[in-house]
Design a binder for this molecule. Structure first.
Ligand code: 13P
Length: 252
């Protein structure tokens, strides 16, 4: 069956010393659990270090927060998927609402990046999520469907196996307003059905769908106990090893 995954998106936080310590504390305080993978997603400049710290833990993977839409060449400051793969990165986070809003990333651009990651044999953590206005206007299902149809639906059945979906309602990110477990379950079931309509039941049942948005030690168990919620993509609470480890203990 599908994997349970706990991913920590460290965003643009922590200095070198703190990033090192956080990774070490997570390594020491987490035991390898069957069927749960951990993905640590630090800033680019800490990736190599975190990869080398995790080398003896087959259940802990390192992910990047972004990658270039291009394979290589004159793209100053950009980091290619191939470079990431080369240093041992296994996951790339794409479509995060902060990239969509602050860096104006479109579904088209995100799809280019998805192809780069898949071509380089890494996994994509694809984020989708609606604004509060979309939800209030009851347009949230249409919005998520559009985000999915314009990106990962262009992948073949073979390629989609390398995708993990993260549902992150924008109104829940960093706000303390977590989606209720029934709101999250409702959307996760909708997403799984969409995947089923395009790729069939077997793939729909195998794809992991994570929840993100103010997930913390007090609400994680409730969220993770829902049928279609396969884990979490954690922001703020992933920066404190105690919180992250408690969230890890919340899987049913
Ligand atoms: P918070 O957990 O801080 O709400 O962030 C969620 C997120 O954006 C993870 O990618």
């Amino acid at each position: 069956m599908r994997k349970k995954i706990l991913a920590g998106n460290w965003k643009m936080n922590l200095n070198n010393y703190e990033a090192n310590n956080l990774a070490k504390e997570i390594l020491v305080n987490s035991q390898k659990k069957e069927k749960i993978d951990i993905v640590l997603i630090p800033s680019y400049i800490y990736l190599s270090n975190v990869v080398s710290l995790c080398v003896n833990r087959p259940d802990i993977f390192v992910g990047s927060q972004d990658c270039s839409a291009y394979a290589s060449g004159a793209y100053t400051s950009e980091v290619s998927a191939n470079m990431l793969r080369n240093i041992g990165v296994k996951y790339v986070l794409l479509g995060h609402s902060e990239r969509r809003s602050y860096s104006f990333e479109t579904n088209e651009k995100i799809l280019q990046k998805i192809h780069q990651v898949i071509n380089n044999k890494m996994n994509v953590i694809f984020c989708c999520g609606e604004s509060i206005d979309h939800r209030n206007e009851n347009k949230h299902f249409d919005w998520i469907e559009k985000q999915i149809k314009e990106t990962i639906f262009y992948l073949s059945a073979e390629e989609i196996k390398n995708v993990i979906i993260a549902y992150e309602p924008i109104w829940a990110i960093g706000t303390g307003n977590t989606a209720t477990s029934s709101q999250a379950q409702e959307m996760h079931a909708f997403i799984r059905n969409l995947i089923k309509s395009k790729y069939g039941e077997f793939i729909a049942k195998s794809i992991s769908i994570l929840y993100g948005g103010s997930c913390n030690p007090s609400n994680a168990h409730d969220l993770f106990s829902k049928n279609d919620i396969d884990g979490g993509l954690i922001g703020g609470a992933s920066l404190k090893s105690d919180d992250f480890i408690q969230i890890l203990a919340s899987f049913k």
